[in-house]
Design a protein around this ligand. Structure first.
Ligand SMILES: [Zn+2]
Length: 500
């Protein structure tokens, strides 16, 4: 036993010493960690709580006033947006629950089937693109869609299918271990954490439990910085602390019951609240729309073609013919019963509601120090990360222009040559970008788009309405697996087993 211990300690010391002595042990490529704390609202850090490690990160780096989430402000869609720079209609993960008329199936959170995530083969998250460069390796822990094969590929490092029981410190330990791997040193790591979303749903955003979760996450940030320092790589790693969306309080006194206005046999309720996705049965679309349109002052109802274009939530076959969107803090149900309404917080609302906005803090060698940035959108995170990692982004809806000011010495990152070479390169880049932009616009673009960045529509089957695999919606109802209609409580949806 003593000998085994001795050998173990010796190996540990040796490998530790090696990582300090030989810089070649860690990757030469730019290094980036992206941490997402689910449902961490942008202003949680303004509460008078003890949070020394967040304070440290903010002082060392950049804090954006907020990062705007993408409509609909749900978990899986926004995590895909962050790693692709695509609006939800473009990457195709349009909710945590959705119906695909081509597959005639309903999607549930945490499905690992690529067909739900890879945009018919056109979507590739940043951790795969990173590995297309020589000598680069990515690691993913619990990121939504992280255990899915894209083009048949998985990241080099992963903790496997989503597993919420992995302790937060173990998730960080895995990342440090992968950074220090002798053979395949990781340069890009993505981590997902369930809090404070869980406490926000169960107890409400203003609860003591959410405050406790914020302080627990602060400890996690402290643990990360210590672990990187101990491994002697802290100075070399860029760290982004962010989240997918915010949270607002909901109440059983602010509920809209669909079945007061429409008959349940008229439609399939694909997604619940606050964006209800309604699949009308044969010939019922117009009737449902007319009944719901002015049913409740706190609910906006849209036919698919009339969904506001600033939501970029129209051109995908998984967006249903009618959506009903509840106002801030309101909930849509089919039938209200007191004991099924158990949550105290929710998200998913209009992304212009500021309380749906996310946290953004970044620190490390690539970032400015002590900067408070104006807000930006989470589609811009992707081109920012590609810039730091020094590779060409795939076609996306984001804009580097809105975020480049947070980078330290952006200009020298932009061009590595000098004098006339720089000028010629820039000229070439501008020409290529202009040409590329024009080509993308012609190929994918919509004339009325966009507000910022390029507009990319990856669903070419039917860019106006989203395809239906050639089969009209109303002919599909009989093929739909109706057992999936059963309303899940929040706990079931997130795998908490409804224990709270
Ligand atoms: Zn979330």
């Amino acid at each position: 036993m003593a000998i085994v211990d001795f050998i173990f300690i010796s190996v540990a010391l040796l490998s530790g010493a090696q990582s300090i002595r030989m810089p070649s042990v860690i990757s030469d490529a730019p290094k980036l960690l992206l941490l997402s704390f689910d449902g961490f609202r942008y202003d949680y850090l303004d509460r008078p709580l003890l949070k020394p490690n967040f304070d440290f990160a903010i002082n060392k780096g950049v804090r954006a006033k907020y990062m705007k989430s993408t409509f609909a402000t749900k978990t899986d869609p926004n995590h895909m947006t962050m790693v692709t720079g695509l609006w939800e209609e473009s990457h195709g993960v349009v909710s945590n629950k959705m119906y695909d008329p081509k597959y005639r199936e309903i999607f549930w959170m945490n499905s690992s089937d690529p067909k739900w995530w890879d945009g018919d083969g056109k979507v590739e998250p940043i951790w795969i693109t990173n590995e297309r460069k020589e000598g680069r390796y990515s690691g993913v822990v619990n990121w939504p869609g992280g255990d899915v094969k894209y083009g048949g590929r998985l990241p080099t490092y992963s903790t496997g299918p989503y597993n919420r029981s992995i302790p937060y410190t173990d998730r960080i330990d895995a990342m440090v271990r992968w950074f220090l791997d002798d053979e395949k040193p990781m340069n890009l790591g993505l981590l997902f954490f369930e809090e404070p979303d869980r406490s926000g749903h169960l107890y409400g955003p203003d609860s003591a439990q959410v405050n406790d979760a914020i302080m627990m996450i602060d400890d996690t940030v402290g643990y990360l910085v210590s672990a990187l320092k101990e491994a002697d790589i802290y100075d070399k790693v860029n760290i982004i602390l962010t989240s997918d969306h915010g949270m607002v309080e909901v109440s059983p006194t602010r509920v809209i019951e669909l079945n007061r206005y429409i008959k349940p046999e008229w439609y399939i309720w694909v997604d619940d609240s606050p964006v209800s996705a309604i699949l009308p049965k044969r010939g019922k679309e117009e009737q449902i729309y007319k009944k719901l349109r002015s049913a409740h002052v706190r609910m906006k109802v849209f036919k698919k073609k009339d969904i506001p274009k600033q939501w970029h939530y129209r051109n995908n076959r998984r967006i249903m013919p009618i959506i009903a969107v509840a106002d801030d803090g309101w909930s849509i149900v089919q039938n209200f019963t007191q004991n099924t309404f158990t949550i105290k917080g929710n998200h998913g609302y209009n992304n212009s509601i500021i309380k749906m906005s996310a946290l953004f803090i970044a620190f490390g060698p690539a970032f400015e120090e002590g900067l408070t940035s104006k807000p930006f959108s989470n589609v811009d995170l992707y081109p920012l990360m590609c810039k730091i990692l020094d590779f060409e982004p795939r076609p996306n809806n984001g804009s580097l222009e809105t975020v480049k000011h947070i980078l330290f010495d952006y200009d020298s990152m932009a061009s590595k040559g000098t004098g006339i070479a720089v000028f010629c390169t820039l000229l070439l880049v501008v020409a290529l970008m202009a040409g590329g932009y024009y080509a993308w616009q012609r190929h994918y673009g919509h004339k009325e788009e966009p507000i910022v960045g390029e507009y990319v529509n990856l669903d070419e089957t039917n860019p106006q309405q989203g395809g239906g695999g050639g089969v009209p919606y109303e002919q599909q109802e009989q093929h739909l697996n109706l057992k999936n209609q059963t309303k899940a409580s929040y706990g079931q949806e997130h795998g908490y087993g409804g224990t709270q």
